[in-house]
Design a protein around this ligand. Structure first.
Ligand code: NAP
Length: 489
């Protein structure tokens, strides 16, 4: 079968309707919206466009399913996750192709994301049976404490377009393990991966009503009434800080539990005692994973003055050699940005830095072709006052800002309202620990350019968010703690 035929087939196979209460249906008003391939601008298909009426149908299903679902044996909930993990891995190639078509990332990276996404399901299939409690004697010896964990209840999940599958499973995995029902609203630009996932979970045995999926062109119109309804008890959101802030305000009315995985502005620090080869390799990963469209992307590269020119030279050589193109083509390493607006924003940030004295070593302009391509770019001698040192770039642009002392680097790195992740390259153990402690971020990549791992707690501080996903603590976000005081013993 030719690639074009496979592309048509993977898109055709996905149900393009709403998934509510265990079945597929059109939107109440029959509306649809278009899904585009960002590498060509061509329309891939149309998908049902959920209205507020559909949202309430999904909430009704989630509320009705909650008591029976919470009573399922933890082992059985874990088995559903385990089967879904296996199905995702069996269908990795097709799911990766589907993701590349709707989001643009190169096929090899899309395959990597399917494995990463599946791993959340496997990890939480193992956590479902480890929801513990506690028993203690009160300090005065006169009563006993019995402490149990219970599901929070129906949860609203809202995900972004940049990791269309993994951002879903990072929430769905712990929610299933904990026994919560869910209403998922995927990003408008990438609904197909979420719809494919819903079908896999159905096939894996997830009961009716436990998960509903609502693609929509009216995100706020569909989610706000649910957040204000009172039956939703939890919001788990991944996306921009601006939208997260709005959702926190909406969640205040019903005093919802909230998990917020928001924007980043990661500093990447390279000291002159670093292994330079490793630092350049790490910079390529931290910058170019997902075409630079990752919350964890290195946004500002602070490099000690003595090694900054050599670091810039080596990084430019690597960045300039990357192959740009449609993610389905062989050997392509950099796909398109998600849309024209994203590309204009990246160009604007580059122009601003250049206007303030930065030098373009490589790239600095849109790529060729019908898609939203932007050339891998390295900027040297970027002034700290540039807009890109305070703004999430979300594109393949590496700004290098030289520094002289450790204190200066730390002050610049922490001079941002964001606090998701930072990266440090040094071979001096004392400095490594001192700097890692002083960085105001939820995660630190110490001599490594990727921190994401389903078995580790992912999340930020400051305006980068609240709560953690993955790791041992990921399930806590979907559990309440109940204390029973036992008297009369
Ligand atoms: P976004 O614009 O905030 O959108 C995220 C999700 O929120 C989408 O599903 C979007 O729907 C929805 N949304 C937008 N406005 C809404 C509203 N008023 N009410 C309810 N939902 C609303 O972010 P994005 O551009 O998709 O994603 C990029 C951002 O996500 C970056 O800032 C990135 O750093 C962040 N991110 C963070 C993490 C993390 O773990 N910390 C991981 C990945 C991405 P529509 O698609 O319909 O607009």
């Amino acid at each position: 079968m030719s690639l074009a035929e496979r592309e048509t087939q993977v898109v055709e196979r996905v149900a393009k309707q709403l998934f509510i209460g265990g079945s597929w249906r059109d939107a109440a008003g029959g509306a649809t919206f278009k899904v585009e391939d960002p590498s060509t601008g061509a329309v891939l298909c149309e998908v049902a466009d959920a209205s507020v009426e559909d949202a309430f149908a999904a909430l009704d299903a989630a509320a009705a399913a909650q008591p029976a679902w919470a009573a399922w044996a933890p082992r059985d909930r874990g088995e559903v996750l385990r089967r879904a993990y296996e199905l995702l891995m069996e269908r990795q190639d097709d799911l990766a192709l589907l993701m590349t078509l709707e989001m643009g990332k190169p096929l090899a990276e899309a395959k990597g994301e399917i494995a990463y996404a599946a791993e959340f399901l496997r990890w939480f299939s193992e956590e479902a049976v480890r929801i513990g409690g506690d028993y203690a004697v009160s300090p005065n010896g006169q009563s006993r404490f019995l402490i149990m964990r219970q599901p929070v209840g129906p949860s609203m999940l809202i995900t972004p377009w940049n990791f269309p599958m993994a951002m879903g499973t990072r929430k769905i995995g712990p929610a299933i393990a904990a026994g919560c029902t869910m209403v998922l609203k995927p990003a408008q630009q990438t609904p197909l991966s979420a719809l494919a996932l819903a079908d896999i979970l159905r096939e894996a045995g997830l009961p009716e009503g436990v998960l509903s999926v609502l693609p929509t062109s009216d995100a706020g119109g569909v989610t706000e009434p649910l957040l204000r309804d009172g039956r939703i008890r939890k919001l788990s959101f991944t996306g921009s800080t601006a939208v997260g802030r709005k959702l926190l305000e909406q969640s205040a009315e019903q005093v919802l539990r909230t998990s917020m995985e928001l924007g980043g502005n990661a500093p990447f620090l390279v000291f002159d005692d670093a292994d330079l080869d490793a630092a350049v390799e790490g910079a390529m990963q931290a910058k170019m994973r997902n075409i630079g469209e990752a919350c964890t992307a290195a946004n500002r590269m602070y490099v000690q003055s003595g090694i900054a020119p050599e670091f810039a030279r080596r990084l430019s050589e690597r960045m300039g050699a990357l192959k740009l193109g449609r993610g389905t083509e062989p050997d392509v390493q950099v796909g398109p940005l998600i849309d024209a607006r994203a590309r204009e924003k990246v160009q604007g940030l580059v122009d601003d830095a250049v206007g303030r004295g930065a030098r373009v070593l490589v790239g600095g302009a849109p790529g060729e072709g019908g898609g939203y391509f932007y050339l891998p770019t390295v900027l040297a001698d970027v002034p700290q006052s540039s807009e890109l040192s305070t703004t999430e770039i979300f594109g393949p642009v590496a700004p290098i800002i030289p520094f002289d002392t450790e204190d200066e680097a730390l002050a610049a790195a922490n001079d941002t309202e964001y606090g998701l992740v930072s990266y440090v390259y040094t071979q001096n153990l004392n400095r490594a620990l001192r700097v890692s402690e002083a960085l105001e971020t939820g995660m630190v990549g110490l001599n490594q350019g990727i921190v994401s791992n389903p078995a580790a707690p992912f999340g930020g501080v400051k305006h980068s968010g609240l709560g953690r996903e993955g790791g041992r603590v990921g399930i806590d976000e979907f559990l309440e703690t109940k204390y029973i005081g036992l008297g009369g013993l």
